[in-house]
Ligand binder design. Structure first.
Ligand code: SIN
Ligand code: FE
Length: 296
């Protein structure tokens, strides 16, 4: 391991409520470095009635999670229509809590965060492993890249809360800093084909044409998951997030893998690069510097 390689830092924050006073920019800087912000005392409490929703049977067959688009109030993946309203109230409350938290924790992003998606994850992680291809297997270390929704360099910010009612932690592995990670994998990434990307958009595989950046991020995601050597020997550490805790990271930057656990809420936002304190730390700028090319 060279001295340049640094493990992701887990930064503990003491907050125990979703509405907190505005924080100083150091927290945002830490997130931009690729740290995981860990709030061990920030629980998302469920009512007694909501606890009855914690069963994998509530997720439509063939879907991984229940997902919600707060701005359209559009919910997908609830198997039992009679519970839809209750589930929607739950995920919408989580969304509003996440907006409130990030607004104060990361005030520099407040006006810029957009395209929220909320997910309620009810399946045990062990069930994915059995039912998915290696590419979709999130028990392998990876950075997030959306196959059908190119981000053109915008950041993926995610908030996670463990809502397990039986005391079971969600166990993750997290990996090294993005500059070291991408330096390791860049020589293996397949070259970009503007024509293939155009075609994929034309036939509807992607919502818009995949940029060179999005291509490299997907390649990186796949090469990471596909490498047994990296999975076993890449720089990494294990961390347990117990029920009643919340954590936040840039999931397009911080290598992560979910190893065990069940029942979680997750809130995603996209963030334009110019909202960052230091855009040079973004995967787009790191890849552009490493390849000496403009990637979007
Ligand atoms: C992931 O984002 O890769 C999975 C995280 C989780 O479900 O804990
Ligand atoms: Fe992921």
């Amino acid at each position: 391991m060279s001295a340049l390689h640094a493990n992701t830092a887990i930064v503990e924050l003491p907050f125990n409520r979703w509405d907190i006073p505005e924080q100083n920019p150091q927290i945002q800087h830490s997130l931009e470095l690729g740290d995981v912000l860990y709030l061990p005392q920030l629980a998302f409490p469920l009512t007694k009635k909501e606890h009855e929703l914690l069963t994998p049977a509530l997720v439509s067959p063939k879907r991984k999670n229940i997902s919600y688009q707060p701005e359209k109030q559009n919910i997908n993946g609830v198997a039992d229509a009679s519970r839809t309203e209750e589930v929607q109230q739950l995920v919408d409350r989580y969304y509003r809590c996440a907006v409130s938290l990030l607004g104060s924790l990361l005030p520099g992003y407040r006006q810029a965060l957009h395209s929220p998606t909320t997910s309620l994850r009810l399946h045990p992680i062990a069930a994915w492993r059995a039912n998915t291809s290696w590419r979709k297997d999130d028990t392998r270390l990876h950075v997030d890249a959306f196959p059908s929704r190119p981000t053109y360099g915008e950041r993926i910010v995610r908030v996670f809360s463990n809502i397990n009612p039986h005391g079971e932690a969600r166990v993750w592995r997290v990996g090294e800093d993005f500059a070291s990670l991408s330096a390791r994998f860049l020589p293996e990434l397949k070259a970009y084909s503007p024509f293939s990307s155009w075609l994929q958009a034309a036939v509807g595989i992607t919502k818009r044409k995949r940029s060179h950046y999005d291509h490299l991020m997907l390649e990186l995601h796949d090469k990471m998951k596909g490498s047994t050597a990296y999975q076993q020997r890449g720089l990494q550490q294990s961390i347990e997030f117990p029920p009643g805790s919340t954590w936040i990271c840039f999931s397009d930057q911080t290598p992560h893998a979910a190893m065990s656990g069940q029942f979680m809420l997750e809130q995603t936002f996209l963030l334009p690069l110019d909202a960052m304190q230091d855009p040079q730390l973004s995967p787009l700028r790191v890849l552009e510097n490493a390849t000496q090319q403009i990637l979007i």
